[in-house]
Design a protein around this ligand. Sequence first.
Ligand SMILES: Cc1cc2nc3c(=O)[nH]c(=O)nc-3n(C[C@H](O)[C@H](O)[C@H](O)COP(=O)(O)OP(=O)(O)OC[C@H]3O[C@@H](n4cnc5c(N)ncnc54)[C@H](O)[C@@H]3O)c2cc1C
Length: 803
Amino acid sequence: MKSHYRVVVIGGGVVGASVLYHLAKFGWPDVALVERSVLTAGSSWHAAGGVHALNADPNMAALQAYTIDLLSEIERESGQPIGLHMTGGITVASAPARWEWLQSAYRIFQTIGIEDCHLMTPAEIKKACPVIDIEGVIGGLWADREGYVDTTGTVQAYAKCARLRGAEVIEHNRVLELHRKGDAWQVVTEQGTITAEHVVNAAGLWAKRVGRMVGVDLPVSPMEHHYLLTENIPEIAALDRELPLVVDLEGFTYMRQDLKGMLVGIYEIQHKHWMMDGAPWDYGIELLQEDIDRIGDELALSFKRYPCLQTAGIRKWVNGAFTFSPDGNPLVGPVPGVPGFWSACAVMAGFLQGGGVGKTLAEWMIHGEPEADAWPMDIARYGDFAANKEYIKQTTGQFYSRRFVMTYPNEQLWAGRPLKMAPAYEAMTAAGARWGCSWGLEVPLYFAPRDFVETPSLKRSEAHDIVAAECRAVRDAVGLLDISGFSRYEVSGPNAERWLDRLMAGRLPKPGRARLAPMLAPSGKLKGDLTLFNWGDGSWWIMGSYYLRQWHMRWFNDHLADGVTVRDISDSIVGFSLSGPKSRALLERVTDADVSNAAFPFLACRPLDIGLIRARVGRLSVVGELGYELNCPTAAHNKLRQTLLEAGKDLGVREYGYNALLSLRLEKSFGIWSAEFRQQYTPRMTGLDRWIDWQKADFIGRAVALAERNGKGPERVLATLEVDALDADASGYEPVWSEGRRVGYVTSGGYGHRLGKSLAMALIEPRLAVPGTELRVHVVGVERGARVIRPSPYDPAGKAMRA
Ligand SMILES: Cc1cc2nc3c(=O)[nH]c(=O)nc-3n(C[C@H](O)[C@H](O)[C@H](O)COP(=O)(O)OP(=O)(O)OC[C@H]3O[C@@H](n4cnc5c(N)ncnc54)[C@H](O)[C@@H]3O)c2cc1C
């Protein structure tokens, strides 16, 4: 062991070993992995070793596909056998909605490049897996890239490959303390103190404890998990080939062959947390006591699905713990507020995700950002609120129990909710608000009568007509929207303007003006689609998506300069927006100020007195109508709502929610973050280049963005499509076809109620992005006609917004 390494990775499970391997492979060989016991001594040794290509989240599926492809590479490179059995796998559906989902998912996997899968009939399933009882099975999805590995061999293979590239593995050496001294970490271990520029927390079951060494409470908890191994089963022993892996979603189990018997793993409906503060330091390579009563129902289902289990002897029960974050995805990336401290934990499926996690983190550390969009696993998708123990308990428990339960896009899950509520929450609830959740905050989706019930569905739901009425109110009169679910950052200080000018790629707004502000990473890829307000008094606001608060603050703080203060004021400032042709008439009734078009034009912003409230108002509208955003102190939220509703009664003011907002913005072809705008997209692909100020001498990402501008152009560009949909609309990631060839994919879709059309935005080959081009799109697994239409199909000239 040396006294200095560039990076110390804490933890020798599959994730730590993969991080070490990728760091060494990508050019940082001066790295050491420090392991408390021996490699695999955490969750890794007793994992079932199953690898599945498919995941409901397309980003995670891509990560898994990378990991699976990597497995044979590390086996070859290390010479260490990893027991790779690439048997192929089947995901089985035995509920109509699940079958619909599988058909839809099949198409989405095509979009992300997982081509080696196909749908199966029950008879085909039976043929591929003779021990399954197909009663009730409607269909399945086959994937070539599924199977299982020997877990210990795999961890050793990662470590050996890393060693071959110069990395070190130091076993029997617990990290005791971490101290930040100057620009480096002092890593105090049992074998002495190491100085390191970077520390990676890959401590698996102990990740919580290692986080606390630097004052961070990670939103992660270990939970128990069972699988059983049978004795030899004659039906299996008689086969001349190996069984495929089978995931029986409605049965809550996964199954693979083990020797001449079976391994059956259970996602337990009655979940159980284990050592929420992290495993004890002296926890050895040991199993937990099995609790068969707790998993009795799922076991009964598995005995029906695989009748040979009924007579098979159980060779061994495995009950082990592994870790979960609130949404089940890993926690990866630079930990906000702790320089040089990186997270690679909460990886609930290390053998199928660990490769991708290692790659992502190593790229991030070496190049400043990962190649692919890491948002779904970025640790910054959570804030302080998620460190609460009860929150972690409820959300991780919900995820675990629902691991194989279908969640519909219009379904609300209630763990950890309601947590944060704007002051007008109760009043809006009384008015019929139905709530969604953004970063712990309740946000209104739509307003419905008390007895209204929305059925979870992949297709249009009963809420369709309600949202239609809200959209019409915005188009014809005036709509009121709670905009507490926007984030707000205040930038001030003598160097605020200069700092913003470098941070944002666009021209800064003049005093009293607001402007759309694209923000780029040094790679020239997108980092934000923000709105910038210059209040004219030396203070600026940046507004964006609420759920990106921690993520944006990390970026701002990482790039902070002297003489600049950035404060996240989203908790202290909330508000409402008014949109629609009668919004000015309403505003005039509650303020003395001149808000005529001449005095308060489109994109102006200024303080205004609204009734009793001192508000800050911007004249802009996400929905493409005449509109205003009224920001007020949190304590005045209720009063602002009452004031506006009372004043607007005879103007037909109507409250609306974010479902309507999403429909309205789609009709304007206004992109949103996580759909049209993502970290791996570029300005020219997305059309954000038209907001870039190319005259500016410098801004982050300028050189690369300029090269893109002058280059041959992107392979895909954003286009707006009209879809011949019947009872369902596109939602995102559906493949787009031209003459039988995949030419792009949907970024978001929905129904445009002002136009009466099903719409989608899609990234497609530029030559096809011409109005009138006929295309095909899969919507919930069914191929539909579609055509490219002009962007902003509603009010293309933008007259309403400027009225
Ligand atoms: C029963 C069961 C079945 C599973 N089946 C599958 C499956 O089929 N497929 C799949 O992909 N995943 C499966 N998993 C999940 C998988 O085991 C985990 O995702 C994976 O092991 C996590 O790896 P890790 O490296 O993050 O953590 P761990 O394996 O827990 O490794 C963390 C390491 O950090 C070390 N460490 C901790 N603190 C310190 C310290 N202070 N100093 C030094 N070292 C420290 C520990 O000793 C340990 O070795 C299963 C898990 C269980 C329990």
